[in-house]
Design a binder for this molecule. Structure first.
Ligand code: GLN
Length: 474
């Protein structure tokens, strides 16, 4: 059943929400090993389900998420609930307000079942950087689920929630969606409010959805997207009715294949599955496919890791032991309190990023690194603009490899960073992209395909993704 169908049947009185929540809670308990949740709102979710059933019995109007169960990443604030970004430094922090996306989902009558595990402060590609331990891939628990929104991807993939929210700064929704075999969307920068999302790299961060199918994600997105006066970077853009237009993909569509995304470093099985899907679009749907060039792809990782770390070093300066969460005990003076709080509170990867970011912003290196990276970022955006004058959408693999083994890349940050090579450019350009399953490897691990669109082209992403789902079958 699609989430739209579940919602319809709940409203029609054909489904019990209390039973649905109980089933999800059982699935969470049964799969503790996957470590997908930091906290489960057990009693609260059941109470809310009962309250919604009473409102239904009274014949009250119900919102579009009534009947549905959602999980949120542990970097999205929910009033009177803990938010830790899976970091020791935010241990014990209780959010005094709710993120706009949370307010909107509650207003749409969602049940929020818990907050999901993630890489600390959303920094990582494998979910091994969590203070609460790694998340495991439901297809094979010896493998990583991808990161940083691994918990949210697993929650949907393993039947612990209907839908989930994650955040994507350089691939953190799309890459775990690919590794876990679900659908994930990185919306256009400004489509979704970041108010209440704990900032990692503010010019790249965007909240986005996970679902089992493209239709589920298309149904879910309008319930939390849209302009927000509390976030000056959110865009006053009328959110289209994605579901109503899902089947209206124009016949005369042209899809571009960026050659640079299919070259060295790509796993042959990933290339094969993605090309298989492209062939289906060509042969069965008559869609025009042509090669395009994005030569600046070579500079994407370097540019991203300069800009993301620079912004992170600034955003994470606020965790000083005074205002939030953890504070080191038995200190002599203020200096030592700062020093020990941050030394004890942050994990290795977060410290690495703060040091890198502080370095690229320092007066001697600012021009050489940070300014240069900003200039290259602009060129990358212009390169996409040019590509979208020739083609409507781009198709690429989501990640060069399927899920890898736990521990495999932990000691080699550069290798880890390279798993984002196909996703970071989209954040640098501020555009949108969808990751969806396109088959599995011989080892039974999902392969993800990425559809990239220009600004606010989400409708097209959903249409193309939905068509592909029909062509590829379950
Ligand atoms: N894996 C990338 C990083 O570590 C992307 C993270 C993200 O999108 N939040 O920065």
């Amino acid at each position: 059943m699609t989430v739209q169908e579940i919602h319809r049947r709940f409203v029609a009185g054909e489904l019990s929400l209390v039973e649905r929540v109980e089933q999800f809670l059982k699935a969470i308990d049964r799969q503790q090993l996957l470590n997908a949740f930091v906290e489960v709102y057990r009693e609260e979710a059941l109470a809310r389900a009962r309250a919604l059933e009473i409102r239904r019995e009274k014949g009250e109007a119900l919102g579009p998420l009534a009947g549905l169960v959602v999980a949120i990443k542990d970097n999205i604030c929910y009033q009177d609930h803990g938010t830790t970004c899976a970091s020791h430094i935010l241990e014990g922090f209780v959010s005094p307000y709710s993120a706009t996306v949370v307010k909107k989902m509650l207003a749409a009558d969602a049940v929020i079942i818990g907050r999901t595990n993630m890489d600390e402060f959303a920094m990582g590609s494998s979910n091994e950087n969590s203070y609460y331990g790694p998340v495991k891939n439901p297809h094979n628990p010896e493998y990583v689920p991808g990161g940083s929104s691994g918990g949210s991807a697993v929650a949907v993939a393993a039947g612990m929630a209907d839908l989930a929210l994650g955040s994507d700064t350089g691939g953190s929704i799309r890459q775990p969606a690919a590794f876990c075999g679900v659908v994930g969307l990185k919306p256009t920068y400004g489509l979704v409010s970041r108010y209440g999302l704990v900032a990692f790299a503010s010019s790249l961060d965007q909240i986005g959805p996970f679902g089992r199918t493209v239709a589920d994600v298309a149904y879910f997105t309008p319930t939390f997207a849209g302009h927000d006066p509390c976030d000056s970077t959110s865009v006053p853009f009328e959110i289209p009715d994605y579901i109503a237009q899902l089947k209206d993909l124009p016949q005369k569509l042209t899809i571009g294949l960026p050659e640079e995304y299919f070259q060295e470093g790509i796993d042959p099985q990933v290339r094969d599955r993605v090309m298989g899907a492209v062939e289906a679009l060509k042969k069965q749907a008559g869609i025009t496919v042509k090669p395009v060039h994005l030569p600046l792809t070579d500079y994407a990782i370097a540019t991203y890791y300069i800009i993301a770390t620079a912004e992170a070093s600034s955003n994470l300066a606020r965790y000083d032991g005074v205002r939030y969460g953890y504070r080191a005990r038995e200190v002599e003076d203020l200096q030592e309190m700062y020093f020990r709080t941050r030394s004890e509170g942050f994990g290795r990867e977060v410290k690495r990023r703060i040091m890198l970011g502080t370095f690229v912003l320092s007066s001697g290196y600012y021009e050489a690194y940070y300014r240069k990276a900003q200039q290259v970022r602009r060129l990358i955006k212009e390169e996409f603009d040019r590509a979208f004058q020739e083609v409507d959408l781009l198709i690429t693999p989501t990640s060069p490899t399927p899920a890898f083994r736990l521990g495999e890349k932990l000691d080699d940050p550069l290798k880890m960073y390279l798993s984002d090579i196909y996703t970071v450019t989209v954040n640098l350009a501020g555009i949108c992209a969808l990751s969806m399953p396109c088959g599995s490897t011989e080892q039974g691990l999902p392969v993800g395909l990425q559809i990239i669109g220009g600004p606010f082209q989400e409708t097209r992403l959903f249409q193309c993704g939905h068509l592909l789902e029909q062509l590829l079958g379950p």
